[in-house]
Write a protein that binds this ligand. Structure first.
Ligand code: ADP
Ligand code: MG
Length: 449
């Protein structure tokens, strides 16, 4: 086991020079993405021209379709950066994820109807709806977005190329609901706008949930590929595709990443996301455990379950890592037996598994840090940010919120990559928990003015 751990460590550790190389490459790709439409990074203009000021008011319905959860909310913006939200969340059923895309939109409309019938929800129709949709879309205006494709193991081909707003709007109309979908925002954009509503110094947002992506405030003159009628705008980087493309092998892909990618629903695509986000870390962990079983070092107790892809969730890898850190042996053993489907392990093997979880999560942290630092360097270079100015980044997603020490380590890595200590580092990461719906509401309210 020890020599195996050594091998894994050398595969998953990134040298300082590799990290700098990746950061430079990321910045270069971002700048290419702003110039042309066929870059590795899509750097999508979002048609958000009016950033919230914090004084917007009004009541809005919000829907957030992530890769795992559907969240519906009734948001009241109160001004002064304050808001109240009543919300409900449900899990998107697996069979919907690979069926007809129209059914996904019908599922959303059906859940909205149920939400509005809830006795605690005091809302009168008509209502304006802000739609947070965390998949790549090409926008032509704030309330129009052509679906470019799916990610995060959703694969509903029949709606690709169609407008996500129209699809939701017609599902609502067919239920007789007088609700107008007025804004379509990516979850990164929603999180960014919500945090700007609370604190207008915010410049960037990053999601670390089922998937991973980021958005930031950009000078419109930098977006050479699109004419934008305002000084600044929001760019949805779609950073998950960093490293994609046949002639590029910039990412430190291991054989596990290679296999995961090959067996995924979107081979060759979203390679960076596949090394970072919650959908995939548990699967990388399972592939390593599978190799340990093949080598005769560990033994499955339930071979059918354990050889099923994605049977180990990042959530369980995270709970195991946390239980190990807090010396909760009972929980460690339960997770090993019921979630990893392995026979009982000796202490040294448990330690080894926790080291493997640590290497996978640490690599995710490092890769995320290079994206943040690359955007920071780009903003310094183009003078959107002064060298002494704070660079405040809003973060959200279950991986960031709940993986043990993830948020602390990410902050440290960002400072390390920037070559300064945490005390003087200008990049400040802020937890923006479940805020993307607030941002969708703020987008409607700000655009009205
Ligand atoms: P969404 O992406 O749908 O908006 P979340 O932000 O809740 O949803 O992220 C869900 C992802 O986070 C899943 O991949 C899940 O495995 C992972 N996750 C859930 N709980 C934890 C946890 N405690 N630690 C790390 N990851 C978690
Ligand atoms: Mg989300």
């Amino acid at each position: 086991m020890e020599s195996y751990l050594g091998t894994i460590k050398s595969e998953f550790t990134l040298s300082k020079s590799k990290l700098q190389e990746l950061t430079e490459e990321f910045q270069k790709q971002l700048e290419i993405g702003l110039k042309c439409t066929d870059g590795m990074l899509k750097a999508l203009p979002t048609f958000v021209y009016d950033l919230p000021k914090g004084n917007e008011v009004g009541k809005f319905l919000t829907v957030d379709l992530g890769g795992t959860n559907l969240r519906i909310g009734l948001v009241e913006l109160l001004g002064n950066g304050k808001f109240v939200i009543k919300k409900d969340s449900s899990v998107v059923p697996d069979d919907l994820k690979c069926g007809s895309g129209r059914e996904i939109f019908e599922f959303i409309a059906c859940n909205i109807e149920k939400f509005l019938e809830h006795p605690e929800i005091e809302a009168e129709l008509p209502l304006k709806l802000g739609f947070t949709f965390s998949f790549p879309v090409e926008q032509k205006s704030l309330a129009h977005g052509r679906i470019l494709g799916w990610s995060k193991e959703i694969d509903a081909k029949d709606v690709i190329g169609l407008d996500a707003v129209s699809l939701l709007q017609s599902a609502l109309h067919s239920r007789g609901l007088n609700i107008a979908v007025e804004a379509l925002v990516n979850d990164t954009v929603g999180t960014l706008l919500a945090q700007i509503y609370r604190d207008d110094r915010t410049k960037m947002s990053v999601i670390l949930g089922t998937g991973s992506n980021a958005a930031y405030v950009e000078k419109s003159s930098q977006v050479i590929k699109t004419k934008i009628d305002s000084d600044v705008t929001v760019i949805n980087i779609e950073w998950g595709s960093f490293g994609d493309g046949t002639n590029t092998n910039i990412l430190p892909i291991t054989r596990f990443d290679f296999r995961l990618d090959n067996e995924s629903k979107n081979p060759g695509l979203q390679k960076y996301e596949k090394m970072i986000s919650g959908m995939y870390l548990g699967e990388i962990f399972r592939l390593i455990i599978s190799e340990l079983v093949e080598l005769g070092i560990l033994v499955w107790n339930d071979e059918i379950k354990s050889t099923t892809p994605y049977s180990i969730k990042t959530k369980h890898m995270s709970q195991f890592h946390e239980a190990f850190i807090s010396n909760n042996k009972i929980l460690c053993n339960n997770l090993i037996k019921y979630k990893f489907n392995l026979n009982p392990l000796c202490d040294s093997d448990i330690l080894a598994l926790s080291k493997i979880a640590e290497m996978i999560s640490l690599r995710s942290c490092y890769l995320c840090a290079i994206g943040i630092v690359a955007v920071h360097r780009h903003l310094l270079k183009t003078n959107l940010l002064g060298s002494n100015e704070m660079f405040s980044v809003a973060l959200d997603g279950a991986l960031y919120q709940r993986y043990p020490n993830y948020s602390k380590i990410l902050q440290n890595l960002v400072c390390e990559l920037d070559g300064v200590g945490v005390e003087v580092c200008r990049v400040v990461l802020v937890m923006a928990e479940d805020l993307s719906s607030i941002g969708a509401a703020a987008a409607i309210a700000a655009a009205k003015k």
